[in-house]
Ligand binder design. Structure first.
Ligand code: SAH
Length: 228
């Protein structure tokens, strides 16, 4: 169901006295922190609708609503909630969007995208089968998790309205640019040591807009960094 603008936001209802467990209180405070940063209510709602504790290892459940990245195995991490929020904000996923995510990881960001895309579809790909299998159990029906080298994109499902890359690339992978619709938006981190988040817009020409310094795991693949 698409998320509208007028709804009894989960965050607000929790703040009105619905908070019972420490985890719920931390979740309410996280959502307020996102509002304080200027994140739109639509994105705050999507984040509030996904149980981050289900996507982190059992031993880290109690830390699920800290605004920090957490390890998810295979040397990979689930991004901090504010980073997920900022990326969603810049990506501007719409209720019918066809979205490609490179870097499924825990599946958390894909679940948030699924909230935002409503009746649209999210294709998410990771190079680690174990991560994809785990995410598959947690993701709703409008998310299609796949295993492979996401730097090649998914030509069989292209073109996409939105592309989100959650690992840092040396440069914009050319297959992803090709698979982005005219008028589409792509959000991705670029760089190795020093990384920067970019919004790429495809409107006859390619426009690239910088959105600040970030730290992501590397995109490893044909159009990414070599596997070491
Ligand atoms: N979005 C994830 C976080 C991903 S961390 C979440 O919400 O949990 C980055 C992920 O990118 C890692 O899981 C890593 O395995 C994956 N990755 C790196 N290179 C890749 C490639 N070429 N294709 C697909 N996934 C890749």
């Amino acid at each position: 169901m698409p998320i509208g603008t007028s709804f009894p936001s989960l965050g607000i209802s929790l703040l009105k006295g619905g908070s019972t467990t420490p985890l719920e209180r931390e979740r309410a405070s996280l959502l307020n922190g996102l509002r304080y940063r200027g994140i739109s209510e639509r994105v705050v709602y999507a984040i509030g609708a996904v149980r981050r504790e289900d996507f982190v290892p059992q031993s880290l459940r109690d830390s699920a609503y800290r605004d920090q990245p957490l390890p998810i195995g295979k040397g990979q991490t689930i991004s901090a909630p504010h980073m997920v929020a900022i990326m969603c904000e810049i990506l501007r996923v719409e209720p019918q969007s066809r979205v490609l995510e490179i870097g499924t990881g825990s599946g958390y960001h894909a679940a948030v995208l699924a909230q935002l895309a409503g009746e649209g579809t999210i294709y998410t790909i990771d190079r680690f089968e174990g991560l994809v299998e785990n995410a598959r159990k947690l993701l709703p029906a409008n998310v299609v998790p796949l295993v492979g080298d996401g730097s090649l994109g998914l030509p069989e499902y292209a073109p996409f309205d939105r592309i989100l890359v959650t690992c840092s690339a040396p440069e914009i992978p050319s297959p992803l640019l090709e698979q982005l619709k005219e008028g589409g938006r792509m959000v991705l981190p670029l760089g190795k040591g020093l990384q920067e988040l970019f919004l790429v817009r495809k409107n006859n020409v390619i426009e690239k807009e910088a959105h600040g310094a970030v730290a992501f795991v590397l995109l490893v693949g044909k159009y990414g960094f070599p596997d070491m």
